[in-house]
Ligand binder design. Structure first.
Ligand code: WTA
Length: 645
């Protein structure tokens, strides 16, 4: 499809949308002309115990200091719960749909408030207080949301950990964060499979995590499990006994709300730190603007709560705005294809926000079930996490949205806290495959790899020239790493790690990561992380990981490994196992090639660009090989990859 193809907002949607083109232009102008005033105005969307008198005091220079609404005081859980009680205490805040059709729970704002207070009191009873870290390692059940808000209520930082992390991956993150309490469950249901959350956590703790004092165990499947005396506690009975009243801690706007681990191009995953006031303003602002939120909406974001998308658009954004969110435990095609469509119909979902990897797999495997569902409650669709190809965009728009629903392709990152680039649906015509335009107050820049600013049409490194309230403040325990990672590429700019193109209408087209990060089904994986875990198996001398295009996952991982003794059997499996053990099953390589050596420059740098091309069988135009220390390696690599085809 030509990128000139433009989808205007469907007239019915446009007629009802809160923000039209004129209003958006006005907001954008206001935010550019007087950001201080604009953001102080936006701060008014929250309830503060002390309303801030200053907006930004951020600087990308020198040490990098990011601060928003610094003298404001508030509590995030009060903003998501208490302040709605008078007006909408009986409105449904959270619909939980379990994997089986009959498993449904509807929690009003009042009921959710009570559950959060009970959980907060359980944590307080264990001595958890302001600034402590609590790890949440739960399936997609209401308690996950409850636990996050309970931490926020008492000023503790939540660290939500993905159920797919290996024991080693969990132990690293628990140790880095210094978590004092872990909240986990006996098992997670995943289709017909069960994920043994508690026993993987036991294994993680057995590796030595001295900070963890207690493990609270939620019964999800009711599996009988060994409990460690003095450490493990059954969560259900504690919640039942706990008081349903819990005063909220008054926090400073800059007090951290949570840490969330994500991968970068170097070293171990880093704990990205978000601060209470700015993050909450950003979550609420972007949820309302991008999803045209209004009373009566049922908002379904399919992201796991352990990802930033789950934090901002399952929990904080929609609840701050008094919305109704759906939390679905199951998979798109379990017990049969069409399950997601059933969920949309059953709960009359209006706004459906998912990831390109899911859209691609539905497109391929749905077997036409989408046509057998009316889906007429839907009014808006959204996509996040990876570049979406125009054909997947159009399928989503036509097959799911029936041409009635705008598609908002939203670009953002763990570090940005919330959406930065997206079409405001009543105001910005969409082009399939483009995240379109920055939101008001977001100042993007495209830079060359030498750091020169590109004006007008062009392609380069996607950077941001000024702070926005939802921006991460630092990396937990590593402000210098924060500065190095994001602000050293070009002084004065935040560097996203993504490449992008700007077209003649000023629309942005994200081309994907340009650093050593691979995006597998929306999961960020650092090539360095993969290489480190393979290196822990001493049968390998060295290895290099690269990403290659994958039909469903977006990217797949390919590992080139050099063995000490190439004749030894089972080495490819050993390398895969090292990855699943060290990181988790989601990172399992598509292919492991055992090769005699890696292509390196004379200074010893691995030339990943070449490996990527060879792994993709793109043998024309391998580029200039004269910089290689040994150019003969190229032929040998091609032979290994070719013979494995
Ligand atoms: C990618 C997820 C293209 C991008 C919210 C980014 C996207 C990384 C889009 C962040 C999009 C996210 N189009 N690429 N609409 N949204 N990405 O931290 O490479 O898990 O840097 O945050 O996902 O992934 P993260």
């Amino acid at each position: 499809m030509s990128e000139k193809e433009i989808f205007q907002t469907p007239p019915l949607f446009a007629a009802q949308a809160a923000v039209d083109g004129d209003r958006l232009r006005q907001m954008t102008e206001e935010a550019a002309r007087d950001p201080e005033r604009f953001w102080l105005g936006q701060a008014g969307r929250l309830d503060w115990t002390w309303r801030p008198t200053v907006a930004s005091g951020s600087s990308f220079a020198d040490d990098v200091s990011i601060r928003w609404f610094a003298d404001g005081r508030l509590n995030a859980s009060v903003n998501c719960l208490d302040r709605h009680l008078a007006e909408r205490g009986e409105q449904i805040a959270l619909i939980w749909q379990g994997q089986e059709a009959a498993q449904v729970e509807r929690l009003t704002y009042r009921a959710l408030h009570e559950r959060v207070c009970r959980m907060a009191n359980v944590l307080r009873g264990l001595g958890v207080g302001r600034g402590d870290r609590v790890a949440i390692h739960l399936p997609m059940v209401a308690e996950g949301v409850v636990a996050m808000l309970a931490c926020a209520r008492i000023g503790a930082l939540h660290v939500v950990l993905f159920g797919g992390f290996s024991a080693e991956g969990l132990a690293d993150r628990l140790n880095d964060s210094g978590a004092v309490v872990v909240i986990t469950a006996d098992e997670a249901r995943r289709g017909a499979k069960r994920i043994p959350l508690k026993s993987v956590m036991d294994e993680a703790l057995a590796r030595g995590v001295p900070s963890v004092r207690h493990v609270l165990v939620l019964a999800v499947t009711g599996l009988d499990l060994p409990m460690h005396d003095g450490r493990d506690l059954a969560l259900g009975p504690l919640l039942a006994e706990a008081s349903p009243d819990c005063p909220a801690a008054e926090m400073a706007a800059e007090d951290p709300l949570f840490l969330l681990y994500t991968s970068g191009s170097t070293g171990k995953p880093k704990g990205v730190v978000h601060a209470t006031g700015g993050y909450m303003v950003w979550a609420s602002f972007t949820h309302e603007l991008v999803f045209d939120h209004r009373a009566g909406d049922v908002f379904w974001c399919t992201a796991d709560i352990s990802w930033i998308t789950g934090h901002t658009y399952v929990v904080y954004g929609p609840l701050a705005n008094g919305g109704t969110v759906l939390l679905f435990e199951g998979l798109p095609s379990y017990p049969a294809p069409g399950r997601w469509w059933e969920v949309i119909e059953t709960h009359k979902v209006t706004t459906f926000y998912t990831a390109p990897t899911a859209i691609r797999s539905l497109m391929r495997d749905d077997g036409g079930t989408v046509e057998r569902h009316a889906l007429d409650s839907l009014r808006l669709l959204g996509s996040v996490g990876e570049p979406i190809s125009p054909d997947a965009w159009v399928w989503f728009h036509e097959a799911v949205g029936r041409g009635r629903c705008p598609v908002v392709d939203t670009w953002w990152q763990t570090e940005t806290g919330g959406i930065l680039i997206a079409p405001v649906p009543g105001a910005v015509p969409q082009k399939p495959g483009s995240a379109t335009l920055p939101l008001p107050g977001v100042e993007l820049a495209l830079l060359t790899d030498k750091g020169a600013v590109i004006e007008g049409v062009g392609e380069g490194c996607l950077c941001i020239a000024r702070s926005w309230p939802g921006q991460a403040r630092t990396i937990w325990g590593g402000h210098d790493r924060f500065r190095q990672t994001y602000f050293s590429f070009c002084p004065g700019y935040y560097f996203s790690g993504d490449g992008a193109r700007r077209d003649e209408d000023g629309y942005y087209w994200i081309t994907g990561r340009i650093d050593d990060v691979i995006n597998v089904s929306g999961h960020r994986i650092g090539t360095a992380e993969v290489e480190d875990v393979v290196a822990t198996d001493h049968r390998f001398v060295e290895c290099a990981a690269v990403g290659i295009p994958h039909d469903i996952k977006g990217q797949g991982l390919v590992v080139f490994a050099v063995a000490r003794d190439a004749a030894e059997p089972g080495l490819a499996d050993a390398a895969s196992l090292a990855v699943t053990r060290g990181i988790g099953r989601y990172a399992v390589p598509e292919r492991v090639y055992l090769v005699p050596d890696l292509p390196k420059t004379r200074s010893g740098k691995i030339v990943r660009r070449l490996l990527r091309k060879i792994a993709c069988h793109e043998l024309d135009g391998l580029g200039d090989l004269s910089t290689l220390a040994d150019a003969t390696i190229v032929g040998r690599l091609i032979a290994v990859v070719g013979s494995a085809k």
